[in-house]
Design a protein around this ligand. Structure first.
Ligand SMILES: [Zn+2]
Length: 335
């Protein structure tokens, strides 16, 4: 049986009984219209009538150009030229990301600031960031949105084999000035976690117009509270009731402001300072959030708890260290 060779050493998905299908299409081929040689509930085999792209095929057959990766992964290395035969999977064949070698995990990278040259540990230089994006591109990674990750967690959707989420916390202007053009250049997207008090508050802050522009380009904007306070910390002299009301305000007001400014339903939150406790998690859920992101280290399997997702903080570092942080397969050792 033919196998779909995904990038290098990664796990491989079967090509849906391609051999059998090709045999069948010799029988059924002539009777199908369009480019279809053979069609089942699971896939179409298509002989291209003209040059096209995976995006155009995804739009036509999967009703979503962003699912072009499904077609690319089923036809590794293919050029979508007139006369070529391609396979178009119609079902999510591996929604849990389970393989003989192990299970798929999604690294969620976390950045804060960017600059030409950095002095802070929370800053990554423009040149290092470019090198990291180039590494991801050259090694077949695709950025997915938290929306896609949420569907993967709920066992509703498969995601690309080498999926990574890029998050940028706090709302520094360099997310727009430096990161945005570079990410677009590489065809990547990212999710910004904003604490609403900081927007337009200082010369280093991002603006609502810039956030709207990034959102229009397919980026996600999510909540990082109103004031970036430690959600688990009661202030000196603060009553329990006052503390609980204040924290609920941090969660609901930041969501309401983002919803209003960006015309969206904000459902993702990053905990300021990565601080949460059992009570906070209950409030986060009650406030309407589906995903909560921490700064605890790790990557995300399909069975992860959606309210305490681990991330991978990225600093100025060499590419060897970076490459170890973006592994997308956790081996299962059977001994
Ligand atoms: Zn922060």
């Amino acid at each position: 049986m033919a196998t779909a060779h995904a990038h290098g050493s990664g796990p491989q998905r079967g090509a849906f009984g391609l051999g059998l299908a090709l045999a069948l299409c010799l029988v059924a081929g002539a009777t199908l219209g369009g480019c279809g040689l053979y069609r089942s509930d699971d896939y179409i085999i298509c002989q291209l009538k003209s040059d096209t792209t995976s995006e155009a095929l995804a739009e036509r057959f999967l009703q979503d150009p962003r699912r072009s990766w499904v077609i690319e992964e089923a036809n590794p290395g293919a050029v979508f030229q007139k006369g070529k035969t391609v396979i178009i999977p119609l079902q999510d064949d591996n929604r849990a990301g389970l393989f003989r070698e192990g299970f798929q995990v999604v690294p969620i990278l976390c950045y804060h600031r960017f600059a030409a040259a950095c002095r802070s540990a929370l800053c990554v230089s423009e040149s290092a960031f470019r090198a990291q994006l180039a590494y991801l591109k050259e090694n077949g990674y695709r950025t997915i949105r938290l929306e896609d990750l949420y569907a993967f967690l709920s066992y509703r959707r498969a995601i690309p084999l080498r999926s990574v989420v890029i998050t940028i916390d706090d709302g520094y202007r360099s997310s727009y000035d430096t990161a945005f053009p570079l990410l677009k250049e590489y065809g990547f997207t990212a999710t910004l976690f904003i604490y609403t008090d900081f927007v337009e508050a200082t010369p280093l802050s991002i603006s609502w117009d810039q956030l709207r522009e990034m959102k229009a380009a397919g980026f996600e904007v999510a909540s990082h509270s109103v004031s970036h306070c430690d959600l688990t910390l009661r202030q000196a002299g603060e009553s329990e009731t006052a503390y609980e009301a204040r924290i609920m305000g941090e969660l609901t007001a930041s969501k309401a402001i983002l919803d209003r400014e960006l015309q969206q339903d904000t459902r993702f939150l990053a905990y300021p300072f990565s601080k949460y406790d059992r009570w906070v998690l209950g409030q986060v859920e009650a406030a309407g959030y589906d995903l909560g992101l921490t700064l605890e280290r790790g990557a995300i399997p399909f069975f992860a708890d959606p309210l305490v997702l681990k991330r991978t903080p990225v600093q100025e570092e060499d590419l060897h260290d970076f490459s170890r942080r973006v592994s997308t397969l956790t081996p299962v050792l059977l001994e």
